[in-house]
Design a protein around this ligand. Structure first.
Ligand code: F6P
Length: 360
């Protein structure tokens, strides 16, 4: 059995632990494992396929990033090809990819990625490749699994940042607006905001009214709490407004680049309340660094669970975490709409009950 592994899309802490879990489980069964480098780039031109054994995956469980490299511009169905006139055109190279996969004599592919990569996994499965998906995203917005690895680490990083921002905000009687990741779903903002004792949490699921945010800041001021902490997800938007983007999607890009909502919210708070307000965007800090214990363990379990699916001939599925166990769901179930924060979730109710403003 020759097993191929690929990491695609944005990175997330725990990718290396998945690779280690999968490779060692494969070796345990007497199989050979290979890593396709840089998303699918390794099979489309670069021929960067590396053999993975115990030596290659030694000591990587605690490391951030991915030893295989990744890209969110490597869909074989929309491969960016530079044209003679300098423009870039998206080209379907999926047939070439299938041929390269077979030429290498691979028997199965484990694809570790977020919504975009899992969609590619499903398309490749429909083209006849034996694929198993592993859900990855710090945003935790993939359906079919309660948790994705990387999320816990991102929440810890954001919470740590909020703790730090707290002391400086308090010293200066300032309002600090902290932007965290979360394109469609507010899981990181909600969890880190609560753990980091934010006063206002703005998530994409609840379009906000800036006046309600300012009311909270003024109320605190009146009580002698002259500073406030606002956490805003990058995908949050005002009622009737739109998400704030830094750059449109270019050729090969899967999506536009979000960012900048913290500056907008900070400017509006300063204008309406007269309080000095600063904005801070945590950005890719949340994607880097050592995975937490929870993420390391979940990632190792996902890697082993994916190999178990391959051993059972169970393809076109994605491994999933439904506590206390890992299992699998059809890949199709994970696609479609992102997994949003349900507004009746007890975490949301608790936020309201302890006086956190959610912007509505
Ligand atoms: O999907 C995870 C995520 O971190 C989003 O929250 C964010 O919008 C996006 O990736 C950023 O991707 P990139 O690093 O490609 O700009």
């Amino acid at each position: 059995m020759r097993l191929a592994l690929s990491t695609g899309g944005g990175d997330a802490p725990g990718l290396n632990a998945v690779i280690r879990g999968a490779v060692l489980s494969a070796v345990h069964r007497g199989w050979a494992a290979y890593g396709i480098q840089r998303g699918f780039g390794g099979l489309l031109g670069g021929d960067k396929v590396v053999s993975l054994g115990p030596d290659e995956v030694r000591g990587i469980t605690h490391l951030g990033g991915t030893i295989l490299g990744t890209t969110n511009r490597s869909s074989p169905f929309k491969w960016p090809v530079p044209q003679p006139d300098g423009s870039v055109k998206d080209v379907d190279r999926s047939d070439e990819l299938v041929d390269a996969f077979r030429a290498h004599g691979f028997d199965a592919l484990i694809m570790i990625g977020g919504d975009g990569s899992l969609r590619i996994a499903q398309q490749l499965y429909e083209k006849g490749l034996p694929v198993v998906g592993v859900p990855k995203t710090i945003d935790n917005d993939v359906r079919g699994t309660v948790t994705t690895f990387g999320f816990d680490t991102a929440v810890s990083t954001a919470t740590d940042a909020l703790d730090k921002v707290h002391s400086t905000a308090e010293s200066h009687d300032r309002v600090m607006v902290v932007e965290v990741m979360g394109r469609y779903a507010g899981w990181i903002a909600l969890n880190s905001g609560l753990a980091g004792s934010a006063d206002v949490i703005l998530i994409p699921e609840i379009p906000f009214d800036i006046e309600s945010v300012c009311r909270k800041v003024r109320e605190r001021d009146a009580r002698g709490r002259r500073f406030s902490i606002v956490v805003v997800a990058e995908g949050a938007m005002p009622i009737g407004g739109k998400v704030v983007t830094r750059a449109p999607a270019g050729p090969g890009d899967r999506m536009e680049r979000l960012g900048g909502i913290a500056e907008r919210v900070a400017a509006a708070i300063e204008e309406r309340t007269g309080k000095e307000t600063r904005a801070l965007t945590l950005g890719h800090l949340q994607r880097g660094g050592r995975p937490t214990t929870f993420d390391r363990l979940l990632a190792l379990r996902f890697g082993a669970a994916a190999v178990r699916c391959v051993a059972d001939g169970n393809f076109g599925v994605m491994v999933s975490h439904v506590p206390p166990s890992t299992g699998f769901v059809p890949l199709k179930e994970a696609l479609g709409k992102p997994k949003l924060v349900p507004l009746d979730l007890d975490t949301v109710l608790m936020a309201r009950e302890i006086g956190v403003c959610l912007g509505d």
